[in-house]
Ligand binder design. Structure first.
Ligand code: A2P
Length: 281
């Protein structure tokens, strides 16, 4: 009968590992974030990434559909009951050309196998933690900035975010502003925690209070002067860093940090800094 028919046709396609989108926010024509449900069984460390995606188009010959998956840093912290992702929109990108049209209630595929090197376990103890990012490379730091351990383990957090223009800084700027009034963080670690945060946003293609690539600003000493770091360099005795950006940024910054005497670490071998590329885009 009619009832049964409509019940069948309105049933969502049964995706493997399906999660439901709960919130979508667009920042620019190139950037957006969304939140979705979190599988109860999913455990991860703040800073890790997972594979997410959508069902691909049917194969023209067989009619079979395969999942279209990409690595995405989880932008929400490990304690959050939902998951958040921060994404680029590439008009001819196989996944992001479709992902950018997500609406609340839509389903995405999430493979519940979190991994990654931008985790506290991969760093030796230190005093000052640097988060270096460009573009959507801010995502893992959106997770770590909402992770109490970040403030328990360090006296000071320096967040650098380099984007082409001011609008591309919005997600990070709003997130950091929101920390001040985050009830859970205030409750867990006391209201003074956000005073540990030094936010250092820069733009390269639009006028803003601080212009230039972070790599240039480190090399010519500007960043240290602006931040009041008298030594004018990072120190392997006290400074720790996580890097997430374009391949170019990652390579250039690795060289700069190694010039300060810092060594790259991994989960199995904690050292002074860790690197991960911003995946999508
Ligand atoms: P630039 O405008 O000088 O290329 P994108 O949007 O292309 O991913 O870039 C994000 C930001 O990262 C831009 O501001 C870009 O600066 C900057 N960037 C790109 N490559 C590097 C690099 N090798 N070192 C530092 N910053 C970089």
């Amino acid at each position: 009968d009619n009832m049964t028919d409509s019940a069948i046709t309105s049933k969502p396609v049964a995706l493997p590992d399906a999660q439901t989108v709960t919130e979508v926010q667009h920042y620019t024509d190139r950037l957006f974030r969304f939140r979705c449900t979190r599988p109860q069984s999913l455990r991860f460390r703040s800073g890790e990434f997972v594979m997410i995606g959508l069902m691909g188009d049917p194969d023209p010959r067989t009619g079979k559909q395969k999942p279209l998956l990409r690595a995405y840093s989880i932008a929400s912290p490990s304690w959050d009951e939902e998951l958040e992702f921060y994404s680029i929109k590439v008009q001819d990108g196989p996944l992001t050309s479709r992902l950018q049209h997500l609406k609340v209630g839509d389903q995405i595929i999430l493979r519940p196998k979190p991994v990654g090197t931008l985790v506290h376990d991969a760093l030796l103890p230190g005093k000052r933690l640097w988060f270096f990012s460009t573009g959507t490379g801010f995502a893992p730091f959106a997770s770590l900035l909402r992770e109490p351990q970040t403030y328990e383990d360090y006296d000071e957090i320096v967040i650098t975010h380099t984007c082409r223009d001011v609008a591309e800084l919005t997600y990070g700027a709003e997130l950091i502003e929101g920390l001040k009034t985050d009830e859970l963080l205030n409750e867990l670690i006391g209201e003074g925690f956000w005073k540990k945060i030094r936010y250092y946003p820069t733009t390269t293609r639009e006028e803003s209070p601080k212009m230039g690539r972070i790599t240039t600003l480190l090399k010519d000493g500007t960043a240290f002067r602006d931040l009041g770091i008298e030594a004018g360099r990072m120190d392997p005795a006290t400074d720790r860093a996580m890097i997430c950006g374009s391949m170019g940024l990652n390579l250039d910054l690795k060289e700069i940090l190694e010039g300060y005497g810092l060594e790259e670490g991994a989960n199995s071998d904690p050292q002074h800094f860790v690197v991960e590329k911003a995946f999508v885009g």
